[in-house]
Design a protein. Structure first.
Length: 368
């Protein structure tokens, strides 16, 4: 496979050129205008930010990309799927409210916001992929309904996958709540009896008669009947049903690559990654720690695997910020992300992505 082209620009500006101008110039040089946007629905996958976390991308960046796509005839919308964990984005109403709080709305971004897997995270499309771990990926319906798929990713560290980049944004981010459970867990969900209100809503949604009340009139899941679809998690309004989160990190990374394949296969896609505010942990936290390296730049490519590889290479070449968590850790691995989270191995995701034909880790870096 020939090398993929990854385009990058630094964050330096002068009196007549803003970062937004540089972003637009970057994506144009990377070839975004070669896509046929005319009258096409365009999903722009972005993380709207967990309330309390300030490392999310500014909505100004999204607005510039939205305006560009509109000028090319496209019909863009910003999108994400609901989270599996309890927080500010676990259902569509809370999710949109969180987006509004962080400055994402139709006026600031120039387009509408759609939560791809619906009100409770159960509106999904089963996408056959027949890979090593995943046979049918569970992807948010609005994402799969789009004609063209674009990502805008905040590149940062991650406590389970090593770093959170484009593949994490695609694979984990586009999975419905049931899809996220499949990636995080190899087992079935369980009920926290202290949280259970005995309303019976989860029992009504189960197609396999796996949920029944116990002697204390609290819901119980019969794992011999449960198929692990995760729909009960989305149905519970009281956060009483929980995934086990027992999947090994290497398998989690490989599942993320497989889910990414399900999202991008068979349609045009393009990816932008912002290597700035490189916090040590996921943006799903309600806080963001001091970045581990200085801001580096913006990267873009049609190849999501090459893009992640280029971004991680750039971070590993950067100096460590004094006082950061990385500065406090031993540097035994000569890899910033592994030194930050020694129990992770980010390379498994990229290696598996390359193996299944998602992209290549070999790239040519072109400075704009």
């Amino acid at each position: 496979m020939e090398k993929a082209k990854v385009y990058t620009t630094n964050l330096r500006t002068h009196g007549t050129t803003s970062l937004l101008d540089k972003l637009e110039r970057l994506v144009k040089q990377a070839g975004i205008e070669n896509l046929d946007f005319q009258d096409k629905y365009v999903a722009i996958k972005i993380h709207f930010g967990e309330p309390g976390n300030l490392a999310y991308l500014r909505p100004n960046y999204a607005h510039r990309i939205v305006d560009l796509i509109k000028s090319l005839g496209g019909k863009p919308f910003l999108t994400d799927c609901n989270t599996l964990y309890v927080g500010g984005r676990k259902n569509a109403l809370d999710h949109i409210e969180s987006a509004y709080q962080n400055g994402y709305n139709p006026f600031s971004c120039g387009c509408h916001i759609l939560i791809a897997d619906g009100l409770k995270g159960t509106d999904e499309v089963l996408v056959p992929i027949h890979q090593k771990h995943v046979q049918e990926a569970k992807i948010g319906r609005a994402i799969m309904d789009a004609d063209i798929f674009i990502t805008m990713t905040h590149f940062k560290g991650h406590e389970s996958t090593g770093f959170g980049g484009t593949l994490k944004n695609i694979g984990m981010g586009c999975g419905s709540r049931a899809g996220k459970m499949e990636m995080h867990s190899s087992s079935k969900p369980q009920v926290n009896p202290e949280q259970c209100r005995s309303c019976g809503m989860c029992q009504k949604i189960c197609a396999h008669s796996a949920l029944n009340f116990d002697e204390n009139h609290k819901m119980h899941i019969d794992h011999s009947r449960c198929v692990g679809c995760g729909r009960c998690i989305g149905m519970c309004n009281f956060d009483a049903i929980e995934p086990m989160n027992d999947e090994a990190n290497d398998i989690l990374n490989e599942k993320i690559a497989e889910y990414s394949l399900a999202v991008v296969q068979g349609r045009p896609h393009f990816h932008i990654s912002f290597v700035m505010d490189v916090s040590p942990c996921c943006d799903c936290h309600a806080e963001n720690d001091l970045p581990i390296v200085p801001d580096i730049g913006i990267f873009a490519s049609f190849d999501p695997v090459a893009l992640d590889q280029a971004c991680v290479d750039a971070v590993n070449q950067a100096p460590v910020i004094a006082g950061s968590v990385l500065d406090e850790h031993r540097h035994d691995h000569h890899d910033h992300f592994t030194d930050t989270h020694p129990d992770t191995n980010w390379q498994t995701c990229l290696a598996h992505g390359e193996e299944i034909g998602l992209g290549t880790r070999e790239y040519e870096l072109i400075h704009c």
